[in-house]
Ligand binder design. Structure first.
Ligand SMILES: *[C@@H]1O[C@H](CO)[C@@H](O)[C@H](O)[C@H]1NC(C)=O
Length: 425
């Protein structure tokens, strides 16, 4: 074996272990007023933190699927990648699904997995699409047009690790798997990687990717029976560390712009359709992208990135969980007692520093290690209407500081468990 062969061998091992791709779940129902330049600016924002592409979550209606033309044109111009995710909680015809995939299959922006068009879903394992024959029919209709797909659905009834082998026996037609479940399941406990380990292992018997969901938060209040919060206080930090540990083929950030479930990391743009979701209004999550950028680099390159600029990203809810809100008809969300009444701070500092957190009479400090991520928190104070104040202190001097953008208040009109996200940089 020559030196060059050895070198190529080593390189291909390295590529197999790393060089992985990061996508973000993009809700097409937010594209209503998007033109191609809106897509381009959104895609550039994502690209600037290392995201390779968007996964287009679509419902079966024309106003969403008509937007695919602009999305693909924008992605082609930016060398950004896209793949389809059919939202199977809506009723789809196979013919429509086939036509949508085939219309864009040859675009240079179409993401391919081992040369095949990657297709994903949200759900699809209940109701009329629950049978393998539905999915094998979808694949063979495309194959008859010369389009081979790799199907990696988020079949959401598969969460229990013990069902991983039954996923494969029930669905001979699936090639990969997307683990949607990136929040604790209605429990006051941190999420483990048990589901990831089991399904990553099981699907490795097939040719498609294991896609791992990574999410910052979950709070939804769109109707009386869609009203919950999941325990997410430190999720955005430890879920990324789990992804680095699990090494999935693809990380899918859940989501880029699902405002209704409060797990958006996109800007709250003026031309999106927030409608009655008042808990999103003015609630910036953009600094969460700074955290993503750090972990994306680590996940893709397999080495912990060097931190050259001091930053503290922090988040907090505007009302303590026991606050009884006076307006509206809704009650407190399911699991309202789970979140901690604290300001959570994630420090990314170039060299060792002390992070000081104040809100009213409540004070906390923690030591942030240089060139690493460290988290701390400070509890909400007893007095009302207080703003957090965060300092990065080194050698006894404040090197950077900043305030939250809104007061923590004990009175409220509507329940709001969506956090504000700020940054000191
Ligand atoms: C979850 O993990 C964080 C550290 O990431 C820890 O501070 C917290 O106490 C854990 N929560 C529970 C409920 O165990």
């Amino acid at each position: 074996m020559s030196f060059v062969t050895l070198l190529l061998g080593a390189l291909s091992v390295a590529r197999a272990a790393y060089g992985k791709d990061v996508f973000a779940h993009w809700m097409l129902d937010e594209a209503y007023s998007f033109v191609q330049s809106d897509w381009e600016s959104d895609m550039s924002t994502a690209q600037s933190i290392g995201i390779d592409g968007f996964v287009l979550n679509m419902n079966a209606n024309d106003y969403e699927t008509d937007k695919l033309v602009d999305a693909y044109a924008a992605a082609e111009s930016l060398n950004f990648k896209l793949f389809m995710s059919f939202d199977m909680s809506y009723t789809w015809s196979v013919t429509d699904m086939v036509n949508i995939v085939s219309a864009h299959a040859s675009s240079s922006a179409q993401y391919l997995w081992n040369g095949d068009v990657l297709v994903s879903t949200y759900s699809g394992d209940s109701g009329s699409t629950a049978t393998d024959s539905f999915w094998s029919g979808f694949k063979s209709d495309l194959a008859s047009q010369g389009i081979t797909i790799s199907l990696a659905p988020a079949f959401t009834t598969y969460r229990d690790p013990s069902l991983a082998s039954s996923l494969l026996s029930t669905y001979p037609s699936i090639d990969g798997f997307f683990n949607w479940w990136s929040w604790p399941a209605d429990v006051l406990a941190n999420l483990t990687t048990d589901t990831d380990v089991a399904y990553h292992q099981a699907i490795s018997a097939r040719t498609g990717p294991y896609i791992m969901g990574v999410s910052p938060w979950q709070y939804k209040d769109t109707s009386d029976d869609q009203d919950w919060v999941e325990y997410s206080d430190t999720l955005w930090n430890y879920r990324w560390q789990q992804a680095i540990d699990i090494q999935p083929d693809i990380v899918e950030i859940i989501t880029w712009n699902d405002y209704g479930e409060s797990h958006y990391i996109a800007d709250v743009l003026s031309n999106i359709n927030i409608g009655t979701i008042t808990y999103v209004d003015g609630q910036d999550h953009a600094p969460w992208r700074d955290v993503a950028e750090y972990y994306i680099s680590w996940y893709k390159n397999g080495v912990q990135p060097t931190i050259t600029e001091d930053k503290v990203v922090f988040w907090y809810r505007k009302n303590p969980k026991a606050a009884v809100c006076t307006g509206g008809t809704t009650s407190a969300p399911r699991n309202a007692n789970f979140p901690g009444d604290s300001v959570f701070a994630l420090a990314m500092v170039a060299s060792d520093a002390t992070i000081s957190l104040d809100i009213g009479s409540s004070h906390a400090e923690f030591s942030a290690s240089g060139n690493a991520v460290t988290m701390g928190s400070v509890p909400f104070p007893t007095e009302d209407n207080q703003i957090p104040y965060i300092q990065i202190i080194r050698n006894g001097a404040t090197v950077k500081d900043g305030y939250g953008s809104v007061e923590v208040s004990q009175s409220c009109t509507d329940y709001n468990f969506n956090p504000f996200v700020g940054i000191v940089e």
